[in-house]
Design a protein around this ligand. Structure first.
Ligand code: IMP
Length: 545
């Protein structure tokens, strides 16, 4: 029996071998729509990420060949186009260090004193993978009893002993658990029992070399000392296996240090804060404002360009071409896009001002690209697909708050919610909680607080305000484990997505969108429902393994 293919029109069936030629020669346009038609706000309204999809292209390479290098400022390019937001539940030094190790960038928040923020910048700049830069150090006068108590409290028992009991002081010996465990007299001082036959290495040594010495020495710790024998850092045998390689790490060329970024406000006090950050080694400053197109920010950009020419300045936030133009003219090296799209944000509801994120990203990036200014799509990223869409619309990098707040590297501890889930606190910087918080006694954004200008939350109120009007909420997000697993998942997801689109790099993606080769499709509400899990009685959404 021969099967009959239903003929949809009267033409005769064509030779299948000609399909590729025919799709090219007989159809003037590729299937789907180009980016301009997609983002045509007169016909489609202001779109955001869930309102559209990217159409697939041709896969001619494997996903791990896809490269994601992309600029974050005019001068600095990253290997991973991901940034963590300057929020006090997202980015302090630990997040900044790990984002930079993974090829992205963590922007240190400013809801703390200038000195605390500068110390965090310093920690990022001093960080060397595998070297413990702030080891617990004891003095020769510490008693055996105190050392045992310290061991029990910290869960490890090898302590270097220095003259002053601090780092950067002469190394005298090392106490190991064995030295103190069975020592009878707990009142004896550690200088009586410490090992003084030390194997040390000189500061500046590479980690691989340090590891080799450690292996050979059969000791648990390798103290790193300067030319005068002062303790600088420590390499620990128990960390050997954990000393992962970070080939994507964000570093300036010819520097071994990680790139450090931090946020400041645009008030007069912020100039003094900035000086402290620069002294600590800051590379990139973000001017943190929910509506960046202001005389304060423009004045600040000009001031920074004049006084700190080596520093890269990212301005924002902006959502329109006109806003962007003011900041570009003032000399910004990068822009941050988004108003009201953040997951903990109620700006659009309260202020009636803002813009859907896809519309903002397309509008600002297509303008800023003409001046060579890279843009960050900030806020509203809930999954890998949103990252890809932000990048497809012209952003060079994306910034995340809520998505990273649940990781081990964000500030604070996880806790069990009332529903029995492991969660971590996450709050908008414009939430009443954050604005009232007197972190370390100086970070208050309360307008009645004389130190209010030190606050990272200053972006959400004006001088002289008598009342705090919330633009954000305070809540929690699910625990996500370490960014050292989560960010590689995001990277790998983006690589697979670009493979589906048929582009081998972010540059190719951008070019494909500009040329109209990369195509899009609008998504109706029912298409959105279809594109999500549906019809299942129950399911477990495990994202990576
Ligand atoms: P998320 O990744 O969707 O959670 O958004 C993070 C972004 O939200 C941040 O980078 C800020 O631009 C923005 N944001 C942070 N706090 C607030 C707030 O209280 N109100 C409005 N937007 C906020």
């Amino acid at each position: 029996m021969t099967s009959q293919v239903p003929v949809l029109h009267k033409e005769k069936i064509l030779d299948f071998k000609n399909a590729l030629d025919i799709v090219k020669s007989e159809y003037s346009e590729r299937d789907g729509i180009d980016v301009q038609t997609l983002l045509d706000s007169k016909n489609n309204g202001g779109l955001t990420y869930n309102d559209f999809l990217v159409l697939p292209g041709y896969i001619g390479f494997s996903a791990n060949e896809v490269t994601l290098d992309s600029p974050v400022t005019k001068r600095i390019s990253l290997k991973t186009p991901l940034l963590s937001s300057p929020m006090d539940t997202v980015t302090e030094h630990n997040m900044a260090i790990h984002m930079a190790l993974l090829g992205g960038l963590g922007v240190i928040h400013h809801n703390c004193s200038a000195d605390e923020q500068a110390e965090m910048v310093r920690k990022v700049k001093r960080y060397e993978n595998g070297f413990i830069l702030d080891p617990v150090v004891i003095s020769p006068q510490t008693t055996v009893g105190e050392a045992i108590a310290l061991k029990e409290k910290l869960g490890f028992g090898g302590f270097p002993v220095t003259e002053s009991g601090k780092l950067r002081s002469k190394l005298l010996g090392i106490i190991t658990p064995r030295d103190i465990q069975f020592h009878d007299n707990l009142n004896d001082t550690v200088d009586k029992v410490m090992s003084t036959e030390l194997v040390t290495a000189k500061s500046g040594i590479e980690l691989t070399e340090a590891n080799a010495i450690l292996q050979k020495s059969k000791k648990g710790k390798l103290p790193i000392v300067d030319d005068n024998g002062n303790l600088i850092s420590l390499v620990s045998r128990s960390d050997l296996m954990k000393n992962l390689n970070y080939p994507l790490a964000s570093k300036l060329s010819e520097s071994k240090q990680l790139i450090a970024a931090a946020a400041i406000g645009t008030r007069p006090d912020d100039k003094a804060r900035l000086q402290k950050l620069v002294d600590a080694g800051l590379d990139v400053v973000i001017l943190d404002s929910s509506q960046g197109n202001s005389m304060y920010q423009i004045e600040m950009i000009k001031y920074i360009k004049q006084t700190h020419p080596a520093l890269d300045v990212i301005g924002g936030n902006v959502v329109t071409r006109e806003q962007a133009a003011g900041l570009i003219a003032a000399g910004v090296d990068g822009l941050r896009i988004g108003m009201g799209s953040g997951s903990a944000c109620i700006t659009q509801e309260v202020m009636a001002v803002g813009r859907p994120q896809a519309a903002s990203v397309h509008s600002v990036t297509s303008f800023a690209a003409r001046f060579g200014v890279p843009c960050i799509a900030d806020g509203g990223i809930q999954n890998v697909g949103h990252i890809v869409k932000g990048l497809a619309l012209g952003a060079s990098t994306v910034m995340m708050g809520g998505l990273l707040a649940g990781t081990t590297e964000s500030p604070g501890e996880s806790y069990v919610s009332r529903e029995g889930q492991l969660v971590k606190a996450y709050r908008g910087m414009g939430s009443i909680d954050a604005m009232e918080d007197k972190k370390a006694g100086v970070g208050s954004a309360n307008p009645n607080d004389p130190k209010a200008s030190n606050a990272g939350t200053a972006r959400y109120f004006s001088e002289g305000d008598r009342l705090l009007v919330a633009q954000g909420v305070s809540g929690s997000v699910l625990d996500r484990g370490s960014v050292t697993k989560f960010v590689p998942y995001l990277i790998s997801g983006v690589q697979h997505s670009l493979q589906d689109i048929g582009v081998k790099s972010l540059t190719a993606l951008r070019q494909g969108v500009i040329d109209g080769e990369v195509r899009f499709e609008l998504r109706t509400v029912s298409a959105q429902a279809e594109g999500n899990v549906h019809g299942l009685h129950s399911f477990d959404k495990k994202l990576y393994a």
